[in-house]
Design a protein around this ligand. Structure first.
Ligand code: FNR
Length: 393
C-alpha cells in the first residue's frame, strides 16, 4: 500500500523532516533563570527517540519581562545558548530536527506555574516569588481581567527594542544550532495582543487599522528573516481567531488571519502554525476535534487562490490530534484520507501536524500511529531488541 503523506518527508528551505509530526511548543516551567535544564534534555530528548520529526522548544522569552512565569525558558543573554545547544546536539544525534519558539508574553507575563496556582489559571507571580507584575508590556494599558495587574502601554522605542530583542534571540538560537525558529504570535501574548483591536487601542502606527495592528508581527518576521541563514525556515504561530465574534465588536478573526497569511508569506515566513484563542477571558471557543484543523485548511485554501508565482506558505495544524486517522487525514495530500467524511470534508488541511498533549500522555504516539497505519519507523538502535508493539488501550 502507498505510504500515507503523514509518513513522507517534508522540505522547507534547506530543512528536510522525515515525517509530518511536530512536537508542539509546550512551556514546562522548569528553566533556571531562563536557562534550559536537565529536565528539558530528558523531556525533549524522549520525543527525538520516538519518531517525532521536529521538536519545537517551548515559548522562550526574548526579554526577561516576556516570560510567562519566572521558570520560563529565555534567550535574552548569551549564557542561555549553551544549555540549548546541549539539547539541540542530542536531538541531532538521534537524526531528528529541533526548532525553538521565540515569544514575549505581554500582559500575560509574570504568572505562576499552573501547579503552583489556583485552578483559575494565570495567577499573578508577585515580586516575592520572582515575578514582575509592575513591569508588564502591552499595546495598551488594559489588564487581562479584573484584579490583574495593569500592563504598561509600550512606547515606540520599546516596540523597536522588542523587534531587536527577537533578532538577538534568533541569532542566539542559530548559534545554538537550531534548525528552525517559530515566532509566537498566538494565544494572547504580546504579538497577538497587538493584532487584536480589543487589546490594541493604540492610535499610532502600531494600532487602529489592520495594517497598523499587524505591523509589529510583520516587522519582527522580516527582521528575524534577515538575521537567520537563508536556508533556515521561519515559522509563525497565530491564533486564527480570538473567539470573540459573539460580542459583535471588532475582534481578531479568521478573515484577518487569511489576509495576514499572505503578508507573512511575502515577509519570508515559510510556515503558518494555526492555533486559536487565548487573548480574552470571555472567549467562546466552539470546540470539536477539527476546530483548529479546519481553520488551518481554510487558510490553506485561501493561499492556494493567490496568483501564480506568489510566495508559498506551508501550513501547520494543531489541536486535539489524538488518533492515527486524524493525523493522517489532516495532511493527506490528495484529501482522500479514509476517515474524511461529509462532516469534516475531504480537503488537505495542512502540511505538518503539531501535537502537544498526546505526546505528554504517549511519547511514542508517532510509533503507534505508524503501527496502526502499517508504516515502518526506525527507532534507536539501542532498542532493537524490543520493536514497537501497540499497547492495548
Ligand atoms: C501548551 N501550548 C503552548 N503553545 C505555544 O504556542 N507555546 C507554548 O509554550 C505552549 N505551552 C503549552 C504547555 C502545555 C503544557 C500545553 C498542554 C500546551 C499549546 C500547545 O502547543 C497546543 O497548541 C495545544 O495544547 C493544542 O494541542 P493539543 O494539546 O490538543 O495537541
Amino acid at each position: 500500500a502507498e505510504v500515507p503523506t503523514l509518513f513522507t518527508p517534508f522540505k522547507l528551505r534547506d530543512l528536510t523532516l522525515q515525517n509530518r509530526f511536530v512536537v508542539s511548543p509546550m512551556c514546562t516551567y522548569s528553566a533556571d533563570d531562563g536557562h534550559l535544564t536537565d529536565w528539558h534534555l530528558v523531556h525533549l530528548g524522549a520525543f527525538a527517540l520516538r519518531g517525532a520529526a521536529l521538536i519545537i522548544v517551548e515559548a522562550t522569552a526574548v526579554t526577561p519581562n516576556g516570560r510567562i512565569s519566572p521558570e520560563d525558558s529565555g534567550l535574552w543573554q548569551d549564557s542561555q545558548i549553551a544549555p540549548l545547544r546541549r539539547i539541540v546536539d542530542y536531538v541531532h544525534s538521534q537524526g531528528q530536527k529541533i526548532g525553538i519558539q521565540l515569544a514575549h508574553a505581554g500582559r500575560k507575563a509574570s504568572t505562576l506555574a499552573p501547579w503552583h496556582a489556583k485552578p483559575t489559571q494565570h495567577e499573578v507571580a508577585t515580586a516575592e516569588v520572582g515575578g514582575w507584575p509592575d513591569n508588564l508590556w502591552a499595546p495598551s494599558a488594559i489588564p487581562w481581567d479584573e484584579g490583574y495587574p495593569v500592563p504598561k502601554k509600550m512606547t515606540v522605542a520599546q516596540i523597536e527594542g522588542l523587534v531587536q530583542s527577537f533578532v538577538d534571540a534568533a541569532k542566539r538560537a542559530v548559534q545554538a544550532g537550531v534548525d528552525t525558529i517559530e515566532i509566537h504570535g498566538a494565544h494572547g501574548y504580546l504579538i497577538s495582543e497587538f493584532l487584536s483591536p480589543i487589546t490594541n487601542q493604540r492610535t499610532d502606527a502600531y494600532g487602529g487599522s489592520f495594517a497598523n495592528r499587524t505591523r509589529l508581527l510583520l516587522d519582527i518576521a522580516r527582521a528575524v528573516r534577515g538575521a537567520i541563514p537563508a536556508g533556515m525556515p521561519l515559522l509563525v504561530r497565530i491564533s486564527a481567531t480570538e473567539w470573540m465574534e459573539w460580542t459583535g465588536q471588532p475582534s481578531w478573526d479568521l478573515a484577518q488571519s487569511k489576509q495576514l497569511a499572505a503578508l507573512l508569506a511575502d515577509a519570508g515566513v515559510d510556515l503558518l502554525d494555526v492555533s486559536s484563542g487565548g487573548n480574552n477571558p470571555r472567549q467562546q471557543v466552539r470546540l470539536h476535534p477539527y476546530y483548529q484543523a479546519d481553520m488551518a485548511g481554510e487558510i490553506r485554501a485561501e493561499l492556494a487562490r493567490r496568483p501564480p508565482g506568489a510566495k508559498p506558505l506551508a501550513i501547520g495544524a494543531v489541536g486535539m490530534v489524538t488518533t492515527a486517522e486524524m493525523a493522517r487525514d489532516i495532511v493527506q495530500a490528495d484529501g482522500t484520507g479514509e476517515g474524511n467524511d461529509a462532516e469534516h470534508g475531504t480537503r488537505t488541511r495542512a502540511d505538518l501536524v503539531l501535537v502537544a498533549r498526546q505526546f505528554l500522555r504517549e511519547p511514542e504516539f508517532v510509533l503507534r500511529v505508524a503501527h496502526e497505519l502499517g508504516v515502518q519507523v526506525k527507532g534507536p538502535s539501542q532498542y532493537h531488541r524490543a520493536p514497537y508493539k501497540a499497547p492495548k488501550l
